[in-house]
Design a protein around this ligand. Structure first.
Ligand code: NA7
Length: 540
C-alpha cells in the first residue's frame, strides 16, 4: 500500500533537519528517514577518538533560530563530535520534529512515475511524494581502499566513518592508515591511549595548529553582539569561515613580513586562515603557495626531533588540499610509542598479524584503523536506485561525473533536490546548507503557490498535481563548465584529493566543488531567486 505525502526528506543531519523544518513551515506533509539509530548524520557516524569540527564553534551551527543561537551553550573554540550530535538532537526536540523522523530506515529506491516520486524504504514501506529531497551528506560513503591482503588480517579493523560503540586501545599496537583531517585527529588522540601507534602514510600533509581553547563568558558576549556581522562575513567572503581574509599578494611584502604573517596565524590558528587569511593569493599563485608550504616545512623540521620521522612527515609539494588543522600533530611524533612510515615508496600489504612493507619490515598490530576518507559528494547516491523522467537513471546522468545545478538539482529529475550536492562551494557546511535549503524551499513554495491557485480555479474538484519544476540542461551544463573553469585556476587542481574525486581508485576526476568562493556562489543563487528562477522548466 502506497502512503501519500507531500515531501520525503532523506537524511537527518544538518541538511535533513533544516529541510524538514522548512517544509513543515510551508505546511506540507513531510516524512524524513534516517539510516542511523539517532539524528546527526555525519556527526553520528564519525565518532572516532578525537573527532572534532575544525570550523569555529560560533559558525558551526544554524543561524535561523536566533534565540537558540544566542543561548545554546558551548565552551571551546571547536566543537567535539558528541557536542555537535547533542546540538542537532536539541534542535530536533526544540522544534518538535521527532514525530516526522523515522530512524533506522534507508531509502532504497526512488522512481519518478506519473508526476510524483515513488519511494521504497528498507522497511518495505512505499511512499508517493510530490517532492524528493536527498540530504545524504557529502562525506558519508566511507572509502575502504583495496590494499593487498585486506581480508587476511586477524585483528580488529575499523573505519573512522563507521566507528563501533565500544573500543579499547590501551595496551594495543595500532596501525593507522590515512593522515587527512580525520587521521590527524585520531593519531593525536590515540597516541595517548595505545601501547604503540604507527601511521602508515602515503602522502604527508601540511598540518597547521588550530588555536583551540576555552570560550569565556566575555568571548561569548562579544560573539553574540557581533553575530549579524559574522554571518554577513560568511555570506560574502571566499572561505565561509569566521576569519578575516587577506587580499595582499604574498610576494608584495618582504620575506620578513611574510614570515611574521605566517607565524602569527601558526600561533593563533587555523589551517583555513593559513590558506585564506595570510595572503590573498596562496590558493591561486604557485609562488605564494610555495612560500606557505616552505614555512610549514621549516616548522616540521624544527618540531620533530627524529630527522627520519621529520623527513617522512614533510610534504614535498604544494599546500593544495582542503587544509588540515589540529594542535600538536607534529609534536605527537616525538613520543616514543609513535612512528610514521612511508608507504608510497615502500608499499604495504596487510598480513594476518599486521602490515608488511615492500622492504620486508613487518609491523605486528592488534588493530588497524582506516582513516581513508570518503567517496565524497556522490558516493552515497550509488547505493540507491534513483530513476528520473523517461527512465533516466542518476547513474546514467552522472556517468561522466556527478553534477547538479548550484549543487541542488538535476535536469530530468523533476521536483527532486539534493542538499550539499556536487559543485557547491568548499566552505563551512552548516550555513551553506541553510542557503541551499532556503533556495530549494523557495522553489517548492513557488510550485505550491501555483498549486493553490489551480485548486481555487478548479471547478469540478479534480485533484491537481501542481507545478513540476526541473532545471534546464543548459543551466546544469553551464554551472558545471564554470565550476571546472574556476577550479582549474586554483592550486587545488593539482591536490589529488577528494575535492576532485582523485582519492578513490577508478573514480572519474572532475571538480566536485565550486572553488569560486561562497560569496560568489551566494550571488548566483540570489540572482536566480531574484529573476524568478529563469533556469527552470515548469510544466503541469
Ligand atoms: P581524506 O582527507 O580523503 O584522507 C584520506 C587519507 O587516507 C589520506 O591520507 C590518504 O592518503 C589515505 N589513503 C587513502 N587510500 C590509501 C591507500 N590505499 N593507502 C594509504 N593511504 C591511503 O579523508 P579524511 O576523512 O581525513 O577527511 C575528509 C574530510 O573530512 C576533510 O577534508 C574535512 O573536510 C573533514 P593520500 O594523501 O591520498 O596519499
Amino acid at each position: 500500500m502506497e502512503q501519500h505525502i507531500d515531501a520525503m526528506v532523506v537524511g537527518a543531519g544538518f541538511s535533513g533537519i533544516y529541510q524538514l523544518y522548512k517544509l513543515r513551515e510551508l505546511g506540507l506533509s513531510v516524512k524524513a528517514v534516517e539510516a542511523a539509530p539517532e539524528v546527526g548524520g555525519t556527526w553520528y557516524w564519525n565518532r572516532y577518538p578525537g573527532a572534532t569540527s575544525d570550523t569555529h564553534s560560533e559558525v558551526f551551527r544554524y543561524s535561523w533560530d536566533k534565540e537558540d543561537l544566542l543561548t545554546y551553550p558551548w565552551t571551546t573554540r571547536y566543537l567535539p563530535q558528541a557536542e555537535i550530535k547533542g546540538y542537532l538532537k536539541h534542535v530536533v526536540q526544540r522544534h518538535d520534529l521527532e514525530q516526522y523522523i523515522q530512524l533506522n530506515t534507508r531509502m532504497e529506491s526512488a522512481h519518478y512515475l506519473d508526476n510524483s516520486w515513488q519511494i521504497r524504504l528498507s522497511t518495505g514501506e512505499t511512499f508517493r511524494a510530490r517532492y524528493l529531497i536527498t540530504a545524504l551528506g557529502a562525506l558519508s560513503k566511507t572509502y575502504f581502499p583495496q590494499i593487498p591482503g585486506l581480508d587476511t588480517f586477524t585483528g580488529e579493523m575499523y573505519h573512522t566513518g563507521n566507528w563501533p560503540d565500544t573500543h579499547d586501545f590501551s595496551n594495543k599496537r595500532v596501525g593507522v592508515i590515512g593522515n587527512g583531517s580525520t587521521g590527524v585527529q585520531l593519531i593525536i588522540t590515540l597516541a595517548n591511549q595505545a601501547k604503540q601507534l604507527v601511521s602508515f602514510q602515503r602522502h604527508p600533509q601540511h598540518v597547521v595548529p588550530n588555536g583551540d581553547g576555552q570560550v569565556t563568558a566575555e568571548d561569548r558576549k562579544r560573539i553574540n553582539e557581533n553575530y549579524d556581522k559574522i554571518w554577513k562575513n560568511f555570506k560574502t567572503n571566499i572561505s565561509g569561515h569566521a576569519i578575516t581574509e587577506s587580499s595582499i599578494p604574498a610576494m608584495s611584502v618582504t620575506a620578513e613580513e611574510r614570515e611574521r604573517v605566517f607565524e602569527q596565524v601558526w600561533q593563533t590558528g587555523n589551517g583555513i586562515k593559513f590558506l585564506f587569511g595570510t595572503f590573498g593569493d596562496v590558493a591561486i599563485s604557485e609562488e605564494a603557495n610555495k612560500e606557505a608550504a616552505d614555512f610549514i616545512r621549516r616548522k616540521i623540521k624544527h618540531i620533530v626531533k627524529d630527522p627520519v620521522k621529520a623527513r617522512t612527515l614533510t610534504p614535498p609539494g604544494g599546500f593544495n588540499r582542503r587544509p588540515v588543522t589540529a594542535n600538536g600533530y607534529y609534536e605527537t611524533f616525538n613520543k616514543e610509542n609513535v612512528d610514521v612510515v612511508d608507504v608510497l615508496n615502500t608499499p604495504m600489504e596487510i598480513i594476518p598479524n599486521g602490515i608488511k612493507l615492500s622492504d620486508g619490515t613487518v609491523y605486528n598490530l592488534d588493530v588497524i584503523v582506516f582513516a581513508t576518507g570518503f567517496d565524497a559528494v556522490d558516493g552515497m547516491y550509488h547505493e540507491i536506485s534513483i530513476v528520473g523522467q523517461n527512465g533516466r537513471t542518476l547513474e546514467d546522468h552522472w556517468a561522466d561525473g556527478a553534477k547538479a545545478y548550484l549543487a541542488t538539482t538535476m535536469n530530468e529529475f523533476p521536483n527532486m533536490f539534493v542538499v550539499n550536492g556536487p559543485q557547491g562551494p568548499l566552505t563551512n557546511v552548516p550555513p551553506l546548507i541553510e542557503t541551499q535549503v532556503d533556495f530549494i524551499t523557495g522553489i517548492i513554495a513557488t510550485a505550491e503557490a501555483s498549486r493553490g491557485k489551480m485548486a481555487t480555479e478548479s471547478r469540478n474538484g479534480h485533484k491537481q498535481l501542481g507545478l513540476i519544476i526541473e532545471v534546464t540542461q543548459e543551466a546544469e551544463d553551464g554551472w558545471l563548465a564554470k565550476t571546472n573553469e574556476i577550479g582549474a585556476m586554483t592550486v587545488f587542481a593539482k591536490g589529488g584529493s577528494w575535492l576532485t574525486g582523485a582519492n578513490v581508485d577508478g573514480k572519474k576526476q572532475a571538480f566536485l566543488y565550486y572553488m569560486g568562493g561562497v560569496g560568489n556562489y551566494n550571488k548566483v543563487v540570489q540572482a536566480e531567486i531574484d529573476a524568478g528562477y529563469p533556469s527552470f522548466n515548469r510544466f503541469y
